[in-house]
Structures are given as C-alpha cells and as structure tokens.
Design a protein around this ligand. Structure first.
Ligand code: MF3
Ligand code: CO
Length: 253
C-alpha cells in the first residue's frame, strides 16, 4: 500500500484521535502504582478509550488479546496483561496503546517507573524519550525518511544502549500500520522516501540498556531482551507539516 497523505479534514480526525489517546495515557499514568496488576491497567486503559468514544486498536489485532501492550523491565514491547503480573516498586513498565476514532488510528507508547526506580533505569527512560524528540527534528517536508532514523541512532549511540532492529515505526491513518516503515537505526546507502505534508507517522524508538538482541516468548507476542537487560519504548503519532517541525498529535496541547 502506498504512503497516504491526509487532507486537512482527515488530519483533524487524526488530531482528535491523538488527543483522546493522550488523555488515555494520562489516566494510565495516574493509575500506575506498586501493587496494581497489568490486567487491571489494561482494563483501565480499555475503559478510558471506550468512554471517550474510541475503539482500542490493539485488541484482536492479529489475535493480540488486550487493549494495552504492557511490557515490564526486560520486556521490550507487546507484553500481555495478566492478573498475576503485579507491578512493584523499582519496576519500569512500558504502556503501548492506540485507538480508532471515526475511522482514524492513533498510537503512542510511554515507559514509566513504578515508585522509586534506579537512576540508571530513569536515565534509560529519559534518553529513549529524548531520542524520539531528536529524531522528529528531521521529520520535515522535503527531508528524507531515514534522516529521522539516523538522528535517533546518533543520539543513542554515545550512551552505549542497544537499538532494537526487528521492530520499527510506521505510517498510520485508516490503518494502524501503513507504509513507510521507520527504522530507529542508521541506514547506509539509502535515504528513504521524501517526507510530504499530510503524512502521519509513528516514530517509536525501542532501546535496551544492554545488547540490542531480542527474543520472543512462547506466547508469540512478548518481545524480551536476550540478555535480560531493561528496555524502554517511547512513541507518538506525528503529522508532517508544510513548514517547520512536525505536529505531535498524541501529546496534550
Ligand atoms: N501499538 C503497537 C504497534 O505499533 C502495538 C500494536 S497492537 C499489537 O505495533 F497487537 F500488536 F500489540
Ligand atoms: Co506503533
């Protein structure tokens, strides 16, 4: 499927889908505390989506069983919420969720600490978030797609963290995953498509404290670091504008 360009009317629906999702993430963050199960968090997320008129876009996606992907500590992405997984002080937890509103998708992820966490874990979370902002500085009309990838890679590299390669960011719109796919590491000898106004993209660095290699658990969803090191994930849906820096649709404005 080709890369889609959204009209201003379509963008307005994407904006709405994004703002609702930002509110859902706030509710999830407010609910986060030691002692809560990941299944309870998923219910809070699903309810927060539905009461705003959204439909969770993770639920039943390729058979995924929940509305919020919840990944704890060495889990990178796509962890499955469970009643037995009780968050405890010192954990880090990635919440990745999205919704459909009037036919348009939004998608965003945050990693939070549960209670007091180690300075090293906090740094991983902060650097992962910042790498998103470094990347999207290049998400401008006329630039090339992999300028974003290179900026994320260049920012992460000096910290010695791993950048997950098997999963990427993506276009988004009437589908959750559209072209183009957006790697978080530098591409050699190719620059990717030229960015145009009206493109809507999910930029989502997945960063590990140790080596970048991942494995899948037997549930066929949960992605973990092979070396057991902590991982963080940060994602927003953005729109390329005619001029200047992109609009971030999934942060409350
Ligand atoms: N929002 C995540 C993504 O962009 C997860 C999609 S839903 C899942 O890939 F079912 F794949 F978990
Ligand atoms: Co995504």
């Amino acid at each position: 499927m080709p890369v889609t360009i959204k009209s201003e009317d379509e963008l307005n629906l994407m904006r709405k889908a994004g703002q609702l999702l930002a509110q859902v993430h706030e509710e999830l963050h407010d609910a986060l505390r030691p002692g809560i199960s990941t299944l309870e968090l998923d219910s809070i997320g699903e309810e927060a989506i539905r009461k705003r008129g959204g439909v969770p876009n993770c639920k039943d996606y390729e058979g995924y069983p929940a509305s919020v992907c919840i990944s704890v500590n060495d889990e990178v992405v796509h962890g499955i919420p469970k009643a037995e997984v009780i968050l405890k002080e010192g954990d880090i937890v990635s919440l990745d969720t999205g919704l459909i509103y009037k036919g348009f998708h939004s998608d965003a992820a945050r990693t939070w600490g549960v209670g007091k966490i180690s300075p090293e874990a906090q740094k991983l979370i902060d650097i992962t978030q910042q790498s998103f902002f470094e990347g999207i500085k290049y998400a401008k009309a006329g630039n090339r797609l992999y300028d974003i990838s290179k900026a994320i890679d260049s920012y992460i590299k000096p910290h010695g963290y791993g950048i997950v390669r098997e999963l990427t960011g993506h276009g988004i719109g009437k589908e959750l995953h559209e072209e183009p796919y957006i790697p978080n590491f530098r591409q050699f000898f190719k620059r990717g498509i030229t960015l145009r106004p009206g493109m809507t993209l999910c930029v989502e660095p997945m960063i590990t404290m140790g080596k970048r290699k991942i494995a899948f658990l037997d549930d066929e969803w949960t992605v973990v670091t092979l070396d057991g090191s902590l991982a963080a994930h940060y994602e927003n849906t953005i729109a390329i504008r005619p001029e200047g820096e992109p609009e971030i649709l999934t942060i409350i404005n």
